[in-house]
Design a protein around this ligand. Structure first.
Ligand code: NAG
Ligand code: NAG
Ligand code: NAG
Ligand code: NAG
Ligand code: NAG
Ligand code: NAG
Length: 344
């Protein structure tokens, strides 16, 4: 059980450190692979005696998925050349909880019926860096984590995630998703904490996202505005990334970021000309590489008294048209927690 415990721990620790610590890198199985394999294991793979419910088949130049014996719960198939999920391979794998298929060459039309859709206890499906054009259909309702990063998804049927009441993490970055293609896709989710739709072709922030969300990543899209009241419907949201988009002042309604849950707001690499109004609880504000040419202290320091000051710790303004000299005199009083105010 060591490998399992180890992975869960890294996931939790990194998550609590905040958004710029990517905890979704591919992990290397930590079980000692020199151990003799248990007798029921597929000959291409290893099933350590100390962790008999795991089968490691990663990085072996496999072109196919080996037959999975019954009793296996954790199946590692990443870093191979698999192109197809053939009927029958999972027939006895009814206990499968984790299926890791990252870095293969699987296309949507080569996922046969009666395979992934039959895994009714599946909790984690990692299918990043393949060649999927749509998500696998009829996925287990018990999924808690779904990763489809770096595929060619251009469609995402609205019922793909229906009934997944325990889904907490959904990674869809680096695909070809449009605003229309994800319409209605998230509305039945009750436990979603992280939604990553960065590096797609969205023109708007995703609609119908559940109020449980803590992290919403939508950077590197074509978004030009934030709908009025969008964040008011996300009372738990702490991290919002909309950097590398096409945001302009007219797309930012007054008070749209005026929500007390938000700790970090990344609006860098856009076309903003002024500093938007933020709430007093925000701690990190990224505005570098915009077209800001004036320092609106009022939008950042709505409150400035000996006991009442901005919680901002990071304020990045480099790559704009302002310098330290643009700072009003009373800035220090309000921004007294800001250890990092960066101009150019
Ligand atoms: C995937 O398939 C393409 C085209 O058939 C091939 O060029 C590429 O090397 C394959 N990649 C892997 C990881 O097998
Ligand atoms: C499933 O298990 C049964 C009983 O052990 C065995 O006869 C059958 O060949 C297995 N099927 C696959 C696809 O492994
Ligand atoms: C969600 O998790 C709860 C608690 O672990 C479990 O009882 C329930 O069956 C799960 N829901 C689904 C759809 O698997
Ligand atoms: C922002 O929120 C504060 C406190 O909740 C409120 O007093 C203020 O009027 C709000 N500003 C806007 C523009 O909604
Ligand atoms: C800080 O100022 C805001 C806005 O003027 C006010 O709503 C809030 O109650 C003040 N907090 C304290 C602790 O004085
Ligand atoms: C930058 O600011 C200066 C001084 O405020 C102004 O004269 C100039 O036009 C601005 N440049 C741009 C590109 O906005």
């Amino acid at each position: 059980m060591f490998a399992l415990g180890f992975f869960l721990l890294t996931g939790l620790v990194c998550q609590s450190l905040g958004q710029y610590d990517y905890y979704d890198e591919y992990y290397v199985p930590s079980a000692p692979l020199e151990e003799p394999s248990s007798p029921h294991c597929s000959q291409e793979c290893e099933c350590p005696f100390s962790f008999p419910t795991a089968m490691y088949c990663n990085g072996r130049d496999l072109k196919f998925i080996p037959i999975v014996p019954s009793g296996i719960k954790y199946l590692y198939l990443q870093d191979n050349h698999i192109e197809e999920i053939k009927a029958g391979v999972f027939d006895n794998a009814t206990d499968l909880r984790w299926l890791i298929l990252d870095n293969n060459n699987i296309t949507s039309d080569k996922i046969h019926g009666g395979t992934v859709d039959k895994l009714k206890k599946l909790e984690k499906l990692h299918f990043s860096n393949n060649r999927l054009t749509k998500p696998p259909s009829s996925l287990s309702k018990s999924l808690d984590e779904l990763k489809l990063i770096g595929n060619q998804l251009s469609s995402f049927p609205a019922n793909t995630l229906s009934g997944m009441e325990n889904l907490t993490t959904l990674h869809l970055s680096k695909n070809k998703l449009t605003t229309e293609s994800i319409t209605g896709a998230f509305k039945s989710l009750k436990s979603l904490v992280l939604l990553d739709v960065s590096e797609n072709k969205l023109k708007k922030l995703p609609s119908g996202v559940p109020p449980s969300l803590l992290m919403l990543y939508a950077d590197h899209n074509d978004i030009d505005g934030i709908p009025n009241g969008y964040l008011a419907k996300l009372p738990a949201l702490q991290y919002l990334r909309v950097s590398h988009n096409k945001l302009v002042d007219s797309g930012i309604p007054a008070g749209v970021f005026n929500v007390s849950s938000l700790l970090e707001l990344d609006l860098s690499f856009n076309k903003l000309k002024s500093i938007p109004e933020i709430s007093e609880s925000l701690e990190h504000l990224y505005l570098q590489v915009n077209e800001i040419n004036k320092f609106d202290l009022a939008n950042i320091c709505k409150f400035s008294s000996p006991v009442n000051y901005s919680r901002l710790r990071t304020l990045r303004l480099d790559g704009n048209n302002i310098t330290h000299r643009s700072l009003p005199d009373d800035t220090a009083n309000c921004l007294r927690q800001a250890s990092e105010i960066i101009f150019d």
